[in-house]
Write a protein that binds this ligand. Structure first.
Ligand SMILES: [Zn+2]
Length: 245
């Protein structure tokens, strides 16, 4: 058996047998890993609450034949702590973890940019600097971009003309009048500007946006994300949406 060490964010856990858990972690160097934490559900567990979702942990694992076994875990930063008492922030965080887990399909394939995006997203969410739904939409757009699915936002996704009229998920973003497929949404210009700002990390523009454009942006981003994943993001249903005004 070989031993390895890495640090990462716990994405999810599930029960294994009477006392164990399988823990999925997005790590800095190794990518997504799954490891067994033995005895973790006993009150005497030496891992305690360290291997809970949202926690940035330093872990050591033994390579196993089927599953790796976690032998040590130390907390680096409990990103879940500022989220648990705030339902909109908590649900946005859960949607981030679930999206990271689904977008990164292969285990042990390095995904440093996705790891850094997730750490940055959880940190921003916990800081309370920006509205949680904006933080979540920025995370969705940027993680999709890293995965190779950035939506076209400034020129037509099909012919590259700058005179865009609509947003079509199947075309990959904004489209011109000639390329526009049936059923394309026609968002307001401010909504597309907000999506562009979130993708680029322009918080001055994003924070100045109005509730109606935020709601329209969230709807488009959620639909775009779900179309690009094989299965819907279940936790999105629980994210509170600002009422359109
Ligand atoms: Zn076109």
């Amino acid at each position: 058996m070989s031993l390895y060490r890495d640090d990462g964010i716990v994405l999810r856990t599930h029960k294994l047998g009477e006392a164990d858990r399988i823990v999925t972690v997005l790590t800095r160097r190794t990518g997504k890993i799954r490891g067994v934490a033995k005895g973790v559900r006993r009150t005497t567990s030496r891992f305690g609450a360290r291997l809970e979702p949202f926690t940035h942990v330093d872990v050591q694992l033994h390579t196993g034949r089927t599953l790796d076994v976690i032998t040590q875990a130390e907390t680096i930063r409990p990103y879940g702590e500022p989220l648990v008492a705030d339902y909109p922030r908590y649900t946005a965080g859960v949607a981030m973890l679930e999206t990271a887990d689904k977008l990164i399909m292969d285990e042990k394939e390095p995904a440093l940019r996705q790891f850094l995006l997730l750490v940055g997203g959880l940190r921003t969410l916990g800081s309370g600097e920006h509205e949680p739904r904006l933080v979540l939409d920025a995370y969705f757009l940027r993680s999709l971009a890293v995965a190779g699915y950035a939506p076209a936002l400034e020129t037509c996704a099909r012919c590259r003309t700058p005179a865009v009229r609509a947003f079509a998920i199947v075309a990959g973003g904004v489209v011109c009048g000639a390329c526009r497929p049936a059923g394309a949404a026609v968002p307001e210009g401010e909504t597309l500007a907000l999506m562009t700002a979130l993708l680029k990390g322009d918080w001055v523009t994003a924070d100045a946006s109005g509730a109606r454009h935020r709601a329209e942006c969230s709807g488009l981003v959620a639909a775009y994300l779900q179309w690009h994943l094989e299965h819907g993001i279940r936790s999105l249903r629980h994210v509170e949406r600002e009422p359109a005004s």
